[in-house]
Design a protein around this ligand. Sequence first.
Ligand SMILES: Nc1ncnc2c1ncn2[C@@H]1O[C@H](COP(=O)(O)OP(=O)(O)O)[C@@H](O)[C@H]1O
Ligand SMILES: [Mg+2]
Length: 431
Amino acid sequence: MQKLFQIQHAKLENMTTFEDILSAPSVFENRNVLSPHFVPKELPFRDNEIKRVMVAVAPALAGERPRNLFIYGKTGTGKTCTVRRVMKEFEEQKTSAQNVYINCRMYNSRYRVVQRIAKQFIPELDKSGFGLSHFYEKLIEYIKTGEQRRLLIIMDEVDMVKDLDELIYTITRMNDELDVGSISIIGITNRLNFKDVLDPRSKSSLCETEMVFTPYTPTQLRAILEQRGKEGFKEGAVHESAVNLAAAIAAQETGDARYALKLLLKAGEFADERKISMVTDKEVEEARRNVDIDLATETIATLPAHQQLVLLSVCSLSLKGASYAKLGNSDAERNLMSGEVYEEYSKMCRKYKKPKRSARWYREYLNDLEMLGLITTIESGRGMRGHTRLIKPGYDAEQMRKIIMEQSFAKDVQFASPKQSTLSLDGEEGQ
Ligand SMILES: Nc1ncnc2c1ncn2[C@@H]1O[C@H](COP(=O)(O)OP(=O)(O)O)[C@@H](O)[C@H]1O
Ligand SMILES: [Mg+2]
């Protein structure tokens, strides 16, 4: 959002009418095609995966219970768009089978997921204040009274559900209780070894069928970019070598198509900003420098306040370390110790007037942040004050810090407290 504003701002000098603004030259034909939410009609290199998901869900269309399906693979390997593509066709079959797509980043607990499912199928539950058991009973009733109702629950980023074992147990129990109809799960995760943290019972239930999505090769990424680029950009607006470069960069990272598309989109935005009519390597290079932090921005902005405070603590300690380094302190680039970060977090809580959470919660927050790639942690070897977790920021600390400082809780303090300078004694220098 901020970026968009800047771009528009940059061009403002010579714009006086809406017409000027809307007709400003652009390399884009349809920017939307390059957005991460766009589901393309064709998904090259995923024919097999599409087929396998179709085979997995097909029983629902024939009045049988599909086995649960667990899909994993690295970010940007097309899991979400493959499943969404199949579900679109599934819906067009118009049978008594129904599905709901849930992004567990938003619905991240058993209660919230079950509530979301219930509300989707039973509109009168769309008021707040019902308990889990109420939703449970209503759902059972709903499935039973239909004609062979087969519900398919797609839980994307399923690893974000805090009490997933309980959720799977609840859904399994629901199935056991049903003599007509059924409820099945498609769980999707970017974490390759996620199923190993589930308890054995939920693991065998969720992973009745499994599928892995492998990273795209450079050639495949190039083809995907070409296909999207053709629709998204004006003819001749992207140099071939720019596409190749974007594909090569993304392949080097992890074979992530989302990253590749983002590079191209950003490169196009740079070209527009500078009023250049063709995207070249130069813009892709520049985009690369910006995309990393951009991806992090989205993630950070959607984090709950306490995770942001923990991340802020990691960033400011690490920045302090960097300034010691300049003074010739060789110990400065070291990893942060879990304990000192917790101390810093406690100070931050005081500063931003948030009730401090216990160390147990704090460890959970570290797990969340690590899962999102915002920090990296390693266990210290024995001998170093027993076992402790050593922590480093996953992206540039200064940039992450800036993003967090733009969040509402931080701003509230900035505006509400004129005595900012006394507060900043406890760690954070000068905002
Ligand atoms: N085979 C493909 N063809 C075209 N676009 C793809 C393909 N695979 C992924 N994409 C695009 O890449 C981005 C990331 O895909 P997504 O399904 O969200 O990945 P995942 O869920 O595995 O992280 C999306 O914008 C998607 O449209
Ligand atoms: Mg996904």
